[in-house]
Design a protein around this ligand. Structure first.
Ligand code: CUA
Length: 308
């Protein structure tokens, strides 16, 4: 493994972009530098070169020519950089979702079946993976050079990072945001395994209930089910089949129900009141912590696939 190791689809895209822009820059540099040299020699003091003004027509055509050429070149680079990742990534229907909790100064990882690890992240090869990341204190940044992937991890927010590992091996994980005394030690390993090997590894790890099952238990113990159960007498939204859909809000906005939306609803219920419901839900901001919110979100997400 070296600086040039490409271990994900994104790595290949980023490297192609970089090479392309690098080659174009080099060509432009060579052109300008050659002309500078050429003119310096040709029009040096005392040379016999002709020095009168250019014919007008030539001046105008040159001007139009190089201006439009560079505009088209810049537009092409812009289109290339935007279109290429968009065409190859695409949102996979069912990415493997892994939770990452950053804190001073370690990376905590939780797999969908509840298996946990610290400063190590096992991933299956050739599988779409979505990391759902949050910080328990300050801003950190999840950085894996071999994946060409870097994403800030913020407190009170869930950041998402899609990864498609394409190479088996052990890769470095860094924190790329200065986060305190031990920032430089906030490192880890990404271990990419064959998919069946990953499944076997995950099942042999000590694990508790799945994250969604723990969320369901919380949903009852915190009293959420008292209102949100379809059989409840309280007029509260039924959460079955909700995740991933749009809901109209009281103030006329339309919100998409995703991780961030559910998180906001739990912590700041008055921010997004669904149309047709009274704003009676209390805030749970002093009651639940980040890992509990992720469990509740995982449970509500799993309800999207179930009938009431
Ligand atoms: Cu965490 Cu730097």
């Amino acid at each position: 493994m070296n600086l040039f190791t490409e271990a994900s689809r994104n790595a290949q895209i980023v490297d192609t972009d970089l090479l392309f822009v690098g080659v174009i820059s080099l060509l432009i540099f060579l052109l300008v530098f050659t002309l500078v040299l050429l003119f310096a020699v040709r029009y040096r003091r005392g040379s016999a070169a002709k020095r009168g003004p250019l014919p007008n027509i030539l001046k105008r055509e040159f001007e139009i020519g190089w201006t439009s050429a560079t505009v088209f070149l810049a537009l092409f680079i812009f289109w290339w950089a935007v279109a290429l990742p968009a065409a190859t990534s695409g949102t996979p229907a069912q990415p493997l979702e892994i939770h990452i909790y950053a804190k001073q100064w370690m990376w905590k990882v939780e797999h969908p079946n509840g298996a946990r690890e610290i400063n190590t992240l096992h991933l299956p090869e050739n599988t779409p993976v979505r990391l759902l990341m949050t910080s328990q204190d300050v801003i950190h940044s999840f950085y894996v050079p071999a994946f060409r992937a870097k994403h800030d991890v913020l407190p009170d927010r869930i950041s998402m990072l899609d990864i498609y590992p394409t190479r088996l091996g052990d890769f470095h994980l860094f924190c790329a945001e200065y986060c305190g005394t031990e920032h430089s030690n906030m490192t880890g390993h990404i271990i990419v395994m064959p998919p069946d090997g990953y499944a076997r590894w995950r099942d042999t790890q000590p694990h508790s209930d799945s994250i969604a099952a723990e969320g369901e238990a919380l949903f009852h113990s915190l009293g959420c089910s008292g209102c949100h159960d379809p059989a409840s007498a309280v007029h509260a939204p039924d959460l079955h089949g909700l995740f991933g859909h749009s809901v109209p809000l009281q103030d006329g906005r339309i919100a998409v129900v995703d991780e961030a939306y559910i998180r906001d609803c739990i912590l700041m219920p008055q921010k997004n009141v669904p149309a047709g419901y009274p704003p009676i839900m209390p805030s749970f901001s002093n009651i639940v912590d980040d890992s509990q919110i992720e469990r509740l979100v995982a449970y509500i997400k799993s309800l999207a696939l179930r009938e009431p």
